[in-house]
Design a protein around this ligand. Structure first.
Ligand SMILES: [Zn+2]
Length: 232
């Protein structure tokens, strides 16, 4: 058997190994497990955000409280309004002051209302998230076990092919195999291709005269564009 034939045989087994790897990566078991994991990670981030927002709301509530205390203090001035108003033209001053106070209180009430709305929304969001996280946490180990089971099955299949490849590799030139493995790890596949109409069948690059002569002489060359091995 020529080196090309041996390498083709190796590549055939290797293509089965590749399919097995792809099967695992595109499996429902993996997808569901990865989704669940990503969801739980995201939920942790979301919880941090809710916590930060809750802190903000607490600070805002404290500000409203402090502002209310200030206004209440000002209101005390009005307790002795009768006496104060008696002293000249102070009445119009207190009237203006009372109007200002009423405006401040209205603004404070609006701020308080929006704060209460935000707090309600936050509480609802937190409850919904909590419910969904608890469900996801329950489901996660089930999905993880299912993925592991599937992965182990696929691994056994892959181990069988890897053993086959090991035997086939013994017949292949060490340097050639090294180059082949390097390309394989770069996700180039297939690696060894039969020349078609004097162009690389994978990327369509045409060959020089010298290269074509080499190929006719039974040699293997490397496509200068996609770096696959070409033979004739
Ligand atoms: Zn090519």
């Amino acid at each position: 058997m020529s080196q090309v034939e041996k390498l083709l045989k190796y590549q055939e087994a290797d293509s089965r190994l590749l399919k097995v790897e792809q099967k695992l990566n595109s499996s429902d078991e993996r997808k569901k497990y990865m989704q669940s994991r990503a969801y739980l990670n995201k939920a942790a981030e979301k919880l941090d955000q809710i916590e930060a927002k809750a802190k903000e709301l607490k600070n805002a509530a404290e500000r409203v409280n402090a502002r209310y205390a200030e206004l209440a203090e000002t209101l005390k001035d009005f307790e002795n309004l009768d006496e104060l108003a008696g002293e000249g033209n102070a009445l119009s001053f207190y009237k203006r002051s009372a109007q200002g106070l009423a405006e401040d209180l209205r603004a404070l009430k609006a701020e308080l209302n929006s704060l209460v709305t935000s707090m309600k929304e936050q509480a609802e969001e937190y409850q919904a998230l909590k419910k969904s996280v608890i469900a996801a946490q329950k489901e996660y180990p089930v999905l993880q076990a299912a993925f592991k089971k599937y992965k182990d099955e696929v691994q056994r299949e892959a181990d069988g092919i890897t053993a086959e490849l090991k035997v086939l590799a013994k017949d292949i030139d060490g340097d050639v195999l090294k180059k082949y493995q390097a390309k394989r790890s770069e996700r180039v596949f297939p690696i060894l291709c039969k020349l078609k109409d004097d162009v690389c069948p994978m990327c369509g690059t045409s060959l020089s005269l010298a290269e074509r002569e080499k190929l006719s002489g039974g040699q293997v060359i490397e496509c200068e564009n996609c770096h696959r091995f070409l033979y004739k």
